[in-house]
Design a protein around this ligand. Structure first.
Ligand code: ATP
Length: 315
């Protein structure tokens, strides 16, 4: 079985009991969120051995997150609860069309106690792929140094590196984000990015410009996620494209993280370019049909019939 490594923060998410502007919502459901944690759960539900490196708040909410992640079967040997660091919170607003907005209450994240020297080569034993996201980079400039250390160890061991910019302009400016991304791009084997996001980063998104970008930075696989339009992949000089699965989307948050988990699964299992996109599109679509950031992440046995059924309709 393949091993995946990811590193990042987790938060408590308060989901509104009703749709509409947050100021009219007076009751919430407590959930657990975080881009890398969602990705890790997505991987674990597909059956990948998944290591999540993190530092959690040494408080009641930190315990909630730890129990939750443990329950999902993640390798928690490099997750610690840090006394004196409160868990960060965020409140969701869900609009009638299923789109959402997030309001963050992020303090000194416990993950800031993780230092570059905490990244030890032994953490990468049995790991086939390292996945990083821009959320982790955005939290603190120190995390960029940690990400570089992770990449350095990964490269030394011939481990594939995937990256999702997951841009959060509430955490840093586009200039800061671009600087960090362009610094990492030459080390990235698989870049998984949203269509709007890559347009922000590169200021263009034509197929020609994207292909030139991938070639310039030697990005082996450039994957563009485009919501209800599906996704496409540029690799080895060629574009591959697959339409999205038609679903009734109720909450699109987390679709991208689930897609990433699906793509990585397909890549590790030697799927063809088209098969990888179909599999990842299937997971992204399934995630949007369930409210919550990670509740909709499917188990392997749910994805396979879903994508097979749609493939029949496609023909
Ligand atoms: P986020 O960071 O908000 O999760 P993203 O930009 O990384 O978003 P999206 O493009 O929104 O990712 O979604 C990822 C994938 O999920 C899409 O490529 C598509 O396959 C699937 N998906 C998303 N929204 C829909 C939808 N409305 N209908 C069908 N499939 C969808």
């Amino acid at each position: 079985n393949f091993g995946v490594f990811t590193i990042g923060d987790a938060m408590i998410t308060f989901n509104p009991s009703v749709k509409g502007p947050l100021r009219y919502v007076s009751s919430f459901e407590r959930k657990v969120g975080g881009a890398e944690l969602n990705f890790a759960i997505g991987c674990a539900r597909l059956g990948l051995r998944t290591k999540w490196v993190s530092r959690l708040g040494g408080d009641e909410f930190g315990r909630v997150i730890a129990s939750f992640a443990r329950g999902e079967g993640l390798d928690m040997s490099d997750v610690q609860l840090m006394e004196g660091y409160p868990t960060s919170l965020n409140f969701k607003e869900i609009r009638e069309d299923g789109s959402g907005k997030t309001f963050y209450y992020r303090y000194q994240s416990p993950i800031l106690t993780l230092k570059p020297e905490d990244i030890q080569p032994a953490m990468f034993d049995g790991i086939d792929l390292v996945h990083l996201t821009g959320v982790y980079l955005a939290i603190d400039p120190q995390n960029i140094a940690i990400a570089k250390r992770v990449i350095q160890v990964a490269k030394e061991r011939g481990i594939t590196v995937s990256f999702d910019p997951n841009i959060r302009l509430k955490l840093w400016s586009i200039e800061e984000a671009r600087k960090a991304y362009f610094d990492l791009f030459p080390s990235v084997d698989i870049l998984l990015t949203g269509r709007d996001e890559i347009r922000l980063i590169l200021a263009e998104d034509s197929d020609e410009a994207l292909a030139a970008f991938a070639e310039q930075y030697a990005i082996d696989q450039l994957v563009i996620k485009d919501g209800a339009n599906g996704s496409k992949l540029f690799t080895k000089g060629k574009w591959h494209e697959k339409a999205a699965f038609p679903v009734n989307a109720v909450d699109t948050v987390g679709a991208g993280d689930g897609f990433d988990a699906g793509y990585v699964y397909g890549y590790l299992h030697g799927y063809s370019c088209e098969e990888r996109l179909v599999f990842a599109n299937g997971i992204g679509a399934l995630v949007t049909t369930v409210s919550g950031d990670n509740e909709g992440l499917p188990y392997l046995e749910e994805v396979l019939p879903f994508i097979r059924q749609e493939a029949v309709i496609e023909r």
